[in-house]
Design a protein around this ligand. Structure first.
Ligand SMILES: C[C@@H]1N[C@@H](c2nc3ccccc3[nH]2)[C@H](O)[C@@H]1O
Length: 449
């Protein structure tokens, strides 16, 4: 391995209480809210077909006009307690809020920038009441922070001249000041969700990203920061030049999920997902495929089954309310979680052979393995192949009328669980109590010879 000064400083996952808590909180809510919600993907009668929060970069959008949108930011219907209640009803255990997206507009009254809510008609801090409301509902809060800042004159995507280097030096001080300010103002937050770290200026300064991460950890021990913040001294991101994960979890799964265990190498990881194909901020016209609640539930289940967290994104309107489709998803997912959250909370990779009918999720540290059935086989037989030295002690379903009879032993450590022929309109859950093999303690009949 290469000698690295600014690569990964830890091999393996964090085992402290904060990370254990994060790892048990499998479902999160992402909120993208800012000036981009005002145009909502449209400008002067034209529709922007990129991601709504990127509209400032659209050739049809005069940047000065976008930058002046702060004069219209006045979310009169913003009710953070209602936001927190609906997130709690959805079953979200943590929330990530955009304090500052790439456009540089700060949702808190930062003393290091003029481009903040304090300059808007709303005037007041948006972030503080949100953190308080969510914490009151027992939901942890993480702060999204974009390193890219199109409003800061000292921001540089690349350093070409000594003047660039001097400006970027000032920019790094600004970044450190804002992050320090956020931790001082909102001490109950559990971590940062960094974004906008792909440009050369950042990639070529791995030492700063390393020192910044260590500085923030000293300031706020236990802070959870994903791999997207980090570059090593050779410009490698997420994974250092020795292929070791930097940061506390793999933060590269944006609008995509790993397929199998091998894709995540035993690391903690988190997937973040939009409901439409690629809109994070509010976009008036959703086009393309809009994910149903069942699709989002299956992604959540798949994530937990692969030992990762799943975060669903919402883009509130400029007045502070949520669009109907998003309220619907929160309610439908919440209804499912009310019945089935025991399979999700504290769930992790069960290490069982994947079957077509769906996913196995182990309740971390126990012999309880949940089967979440997403694809009911026409045969009505759910094949279960237990790992060696594992036996089946009990099989129950979380809802009534799912299983018919007792499991049928069809081979060494292999069973069919027969389904009741009830039609299903959502994934359903079966709980397997397993135990280590010690001679014939399986309570189900032996294969008929
Ligand atoms: C979590 C997501 N990350 C931002 C983003 N910008 C990108 C530019 C290019 C490729 C991927 C991007 N993701 C999106 O605007 C959103 O905040």
């Amino acid at each position: 391995t290469l000698p690295l000064e600014h690569g990964a400083h830890r091999i393996g996952n964090r085992t402290d209480a904060d990370m254990t808590r994060w790892r048990s909180q499998r479902l999160g809510q992402f909120i993208h809210w800012g000036l981009y919600a005002i145009p909502g993907g449209e400008w002067k009668g034209k529709t922007y077909n990129g991601a709504a929060e990127w509209i400032r970069s659209w050739k049809e959008m005069p940047q000065q006009e976008y930058d002046n949108l702060y004069k219209q930011f006045n979310p009169v219907n913003y009710r953070p307690e209602e936001w927190a209640q609906q997130a709690s009803d959805m079953g979200a255990k943590y929330m990530i809020i955009t304090t500052k997206h790439h456009d540089g507009f700060c949702l808190w009254p930062s003393k290091y920038s003029k481009y903040t809510v304090a300059a808007s008609p709303w005037k007041k801090d948006i972030i503080g009441p949100m953190v308080d409301a969510y914490n009151k509902k027992g939901i942890d809060v993480y702060l999204y922070f974009s390193i890219i800042d199109w409003n800061q004159p000292d921001w540089r995507a690349a350093l070409k001249t000594p003047a660039d280097a001097a400006a970027y030096q000032r920019f790094k001080v600004f970044v450190k000041n804002q992050l320090t300010e956020l931790l001082q103002r909102y001490p109950t937050v559990k971590g940062f969700w960094f974004d906008g770290t792909w440009d050369d200026s950042w990639k070529n300064d791995g030492a700063f990203s390393d020192e910044l991460e260590q500085y923030l950890q000293r300031l706020h021990p236990g802070l959870i920061i994903g791999s997207r913040l980090r570059a090593d001294e050779k410009g490698a991101r997420h994974f250092d030049s020795n292929s070791r994960l930097m940061g506390d979890y793999e933060q590269g799964w944006e609008r995509k999920l790993p397929e199998k265990s091998a894709d995540v190498h035993g690391n903690d990881w988190e997937g973040v997902m939009t409901i439409p194909e690629n809109q994070w901020g509010y976009n008036a016209k959703w086009t393309g495929h809009i994910k149903s609640s069942n699709e989002l539930i299956e992604m959540l289940v798949k994530s937990a089954s692969l030992g990762g967290n799943f975060v669903i994104n919402f883009g509130p309107k400029s007045d502070g309310t949520f669009r109907t489709e998003e309220v619907q998803r929160m309610q439908e997912i919440g209804h499912w979680m009310k019945i089935n959250s025991s399979a999700i909370d504290g769930g992790t990779d069960a290490g069982f052979a994947k079957q077509d009918w769906g996913y196995y999720i182990r309740k971390s540290g126990t012999d309880s393995v949940y089967m979440v059935v997403c694809n009911v086989p026409v045969s009505g037989n759910l094949r279960v192949k237990l790992p060696a030295q594992t036996t089946l002690a009990n099989v129950t379903s979380l809802e009534k009328n799912i299983i018919s009879g007792t499991p049928e032993l069809i081979g060494k450590n292999e069973y069919f669980i027969h389904l009741d022929h009830k039609s299903q309109d959502a994934p359903f859950v079966i709980l397997l109590q397993t135990s280590k093999e010690n001679r014939d303690n399986s309570s189900f009949e032996k294969a008929k010879t």
